[in-house]
Design a protein around this ligand. Structure first.
Ligand SMILES: NC(=O)c1ccc[n+]([C@@H]2O[C@H](COP(=O)([O-])OP(=O)(O)OC[C@H]3O[C@@H](n4cnc5c(N)ncnc54)[C@H](OP(=O)(O)O)[C@@H]3O)[C@@H](O)[C@H]2O)c1
Length: 306
């Protein structure tokens, strides 16, 4: 099958593309630059030129495909509202192109605020509704398109999809620790973050795509979660040890100053289960744990580009 992939050149996309190719699919990846186009060609994908700001390119990419994997996102956390609006516009456009076709639309989402005080499951609905909400309320919008002849599947990634070369949240935490000389956590650091290795996330995406190509999934949510909830205090301690800096509590009222935009995310308690995902898709994470990656030096000199 031909799969249109936005964000194919990104951290998760570049792990998903080889898995989709290995499953026998043809991949057309969205590329907004020559660098991204070259990376896609080298990976064995075709190139579909365009960008999140060029809705026609998203429409044609979706129309020409048997299924869509949408991973591109504007990771400008200082302008998060406009990233959300762009996400909503992109999702609306591709859903429009797929309407009435019964084709899969797999899209990236997150685990924030699904279930206060308990472990979130795939059955918990996203609380974010409307264009002004985080990620433009795209999860609710897309899942409601099941009524319009589309097979939407929310891929809820753990906040750290980790591994050597990561430039996501854990890399930013490491960068802050290097810069401030302290591996901080917020308050008592008992709030938990789930984690998944990038290789496991890539494999899971291909499994979810094949499930959705075969028929509309009864439960259209996938949790890319290998570890349910690591205390953020322990994450900070692991980073501190790897970087040779002390670990310290940062009072909640100083979190924004210390961590910048990441403060709100690193304060969140968002444990999540993937039991239903594992059972349904036969997925067993086998990559390194977050602490194994940190101890192996994956974050000891990580560049940060977002
Ligand atoms: N990584 C994580 O830990 C994590 C955790 C939870 C959720 N997620 C979500 O999972 C998805 C994939 O994340 P990721 O870590 O793979 O992101 P990433 O490494 O930052 O890659 C982002 C991708 O989006 C593309 N992109 C960004 N702006 C674009 C634009 N204006 N037009 C076209 N393409 C654009 C990038 O293309 P270029 O190559 O041209 O830059 C790149 O392929 C995102 O929705 C993210 O929010 C990730």
């Amino acid at each position: 099958m031909r799969i249109f992939v936005t964000g194919a050149s990104g951290w998760i996309g570049s792990a998903a593309v080889p898995e989709l190719l290995a499953a026998g699919h043809e991949v057309a990846g969205l590329a907004r630059s020559d660098t991204s186009a070259d990376a896609l060609l080298a990976a064995g994908a075709r190139v579909h030129r365009g960008s999140l700001d060029d809705l026609d390119s998203l429409r044609s990419g979706a129309e020409e495909a048997d299924g869509v994997l949408h991973l591109a996102f504007k990771h400008d956390f200082d302008a998060y509202a406009s990233s959300g609006l762009a996400e909503r516009a992109a999702v609306e456009t591709m859903l429009g192109a797929l309407e009435g076709t019964d084709k899969p639309f797999l899209f990236a989402s997150g685990l924030a605020l699904l279930a206060a005080g308990r472990i979130a499951t795939e059955r918990d609905a996203s609380p974010f509704s409307g264009p002004e909400s985080p990620r433009g309320g795209a999860e609710q919008l897309a899942l409601s398109a099941a009524d319009r002849g589309v097979r939407p599947v929310a891929l809820r990634f753990a906040p750290t999809v980790h591994g050597a070369g990561d430039h996501g949240f854990t890399a930013v935490l490491a960068d802050i620790a290097r810069r401030t000389g302290v591996a901080g956590y917020v308050g008592d650091g008992s709030n938990r973050w789930p984690a998944v290795h990038r290789s496991d996330a890539g494999r899971l995406i291909a499994l979810a795509m094949d499930e959705a190509l075969a028929g509309a999934p009864a439960l259209p949510v996938v949790h890319a979660v290998a570890e349910e909830g690591l205390p953020t205090r322990a994450i900070a301690a692991a980073l501190g040890e790897a970087l040779g800096v002390p670990t310290a509590s940062i009072p909640a009222e100083e979190a924004a100053d210390h961590f910048g935009w990441l403060g709100a995310f690193f304060s969140a308690d968002i444990p999540a289960s993937s039991a239903l995902t594992r059972e349904r898709l036969g997925w067993t994470p086998s990559g390194p744990t977050l602490f194994e990656d940190i101890a192996a030096g994956a974050y000891s000199a990580a560049p940060v580009s977002r």
